[in-house]
Design a protein around this ligand. Structure first.
Ligand SMILES: Cc1ncc(C[n+]2csc(CCOP(=O)(O)OP(=O)(O)O)c2C)c(N)n1
Ligand SMILES: [Mg+2]
Length: 415
């Protein structure tokens, strides 16, 4: 069967790539569970089983110059961005070879220089304003980049989420927010924490476009996210994508998820993203048995190698605990200016003022007057005439220039 028509066509290599990343995410997850049971994982272990299509399909829609900030269930996105299983294994096992040298766990690591991954911490929603800032920075530098982060259904109810989305919308930032609606926020089902059928509708509050996608269909996830990414890149501002999926394990390893009705697991098990994609690849004759066997063997080999590397990496030396906490001249932190530093420092960093406050509102001692009440200029304060009434009748920033000539100047109400 021929491939279905796609707005953003995917070639055979890319289609197999998607399988590779999803299967690698799944196998790595299962390997981590074995390590957890052997007591080799330090701290909690958060599974993304059931959500592989969501993490992989969204990250795959990005270009290398784009930026991500992953949440705990986005290991698939980290792999797409070029991290290796060994990084994630050592991170969870707190080994010295880990990206944080064993000082932090889970997905709390990043790579600002190479892979453009902002390191998350255990927060809900705060990556949204951060990635909005990165998007604005990229735009300032003319890099045409898009930034992306993910948030859970529960995370969309935090203040940080709303503030961040509003900032992104107000700033028209080239930013894509993927809401991974996996039906549960710890033990709270979506219906008990938000009165919306589609979390995508949250976008209406910010006046931005949104999409709903079947998060267990990797091709659909890719197509939808790609469209969102291209719209953001074209300057249309932020886009929200709701990916509907299911968390197939407890919140973390310590949580047996006894509160999830068994039939709900059954429903989603029948829609497992990896099984579905394997069937899709077969149905559309993208692969034959040999190609699948080769990819599976490659994954097995890579995971085995990486596990050996991780197991042989020692725990950090005790003295490391006090290193890199405060910089005592061990390294210099210098800003890397891509554009002239003068641009971001006053006076050039300021947008040209629509109105100015003469003599800084009289704070310098020599009070000037505003011409607002005279209506002599549409920039009242700057064109202040010494003959005008005292400044107190037209406070700075009162928008006085809009008033008709002769109208009484009235102080603005308190804010
Ligand atoms: C500000 C904040 N509140 C609470 C927590 C504890 N916490 C971590 S994840 C989580 C549930 C998140 O649910 P959801 O956003 O749906 O993401 P999921 O775990 O389903 O991927 C909670 C309550 C936290 N880390 N930060
Ligand atoms: Mg959730």
């Amino acid at each position: 069967m021929a491939l279905p028509e796609m707005k953003y066509p995917l070639g055979r290599e890319q289609l197999l790539d998607l399988y590779y990343f999803m299967k690698l995410t799944r196998e790595l997850d299962e390997q981590l569970v074995r390590l957890f049971r052997q007591n080799k994982v330090v701290g909690g272990l958060y599974s993304s089983i059931g959500q592989e299509a969501s993490a992989v399909g969204t990250a795959y829609a990005l270009e290398p110059k784009d930026w991500i900030a992953p949440m705990i269930r986005n290991v698939g996105g980290l792999l797409v961005k070029g991290f290796r299983p060994r990084d994630i294994l050592m991170q969870y096992m707190a080994r010295s070879g880990a990206p944080t040298g064993g000082k932090d766990g889970t997905s709390h690591f990043g790579d600002l220089k190479g892979r453009h991954v902002v390191s998350p911490i255990s927060m809900l929603g705060d990556l949204i304003p951060v990635m909005t800032g990165v998007a604005m920075g990229g735009r300032y530098l003319g890099q045409k980049l898009v930034t992306m982060t993910w948030i859970g259904d529960g995370g969309t109810s935090t203040g940080a989420f709303h503030e961040g989305m509003n900032l992104a919308a107000a700033q028209h930032a080239p930013f894509v927010c993927v809401v991974e609606n996996n039906q549960w926020a710890y033990s709270t089902p979506v219906a008990r924490q938000v009165p919306l059928k589609n979390l995508a509708d949250r976008a209406r509050a910010y006046g931005i476009p949104s999409y709903v996608v079947d998060g267990n269909d990797v091709v659909a996830v890719y197509q939808t996210t790609k469209e969102a990414v291209e719209r953001a890149r074209a300057g249309e501002g932020p886009v929200l994508v709701e990916s509907k999926t299911m968390r197939m394990r407890g919140h973390a390893q310590h949580d047996a998820a006894a509160y999830v009705p068994p039939e709900m697991f059954e429903y989603w098990k029948a829609r497992d993203p990896l099984n579905r994609y394997e069937a899709w690849l077969t149905e559309h004759k993208v692969w034959e048995k040999k190609a699948k066997a080769e990819i599976d063997a490659r994954i097995e080999r890579e995971l085995k190698e990486d596990l050996e590397v991780a197991e042989s990496s020692p725990l950090p030396k005790p003295e490391e605990a006090e290193r890199g906490v405060y910089c005592e001249g061990c390294h210099t932190i210098e800003a890397h200016w891509e554009r002239p530093v003068e641009e971001v420092q006053p006076p050039r960093s300021s947008v040209e003022a629509v109105w100015t406050v003469p003599d800084f509102g009289g704070l310098n001692g020599t009070r000037e007057t505003s011409s607002a009440a005279t209506g002599s200029s549409d920039d009242g304060a700057r064109a202040a005439s010494p003959a005008s009434p005292p400044a107190k009748s037209a406070p700075a920033g009162s928008g006085a220039s809009k008033r008709p000539a002769g109208a009484a100047a009235r102080p603005k109400g308190r804010r």
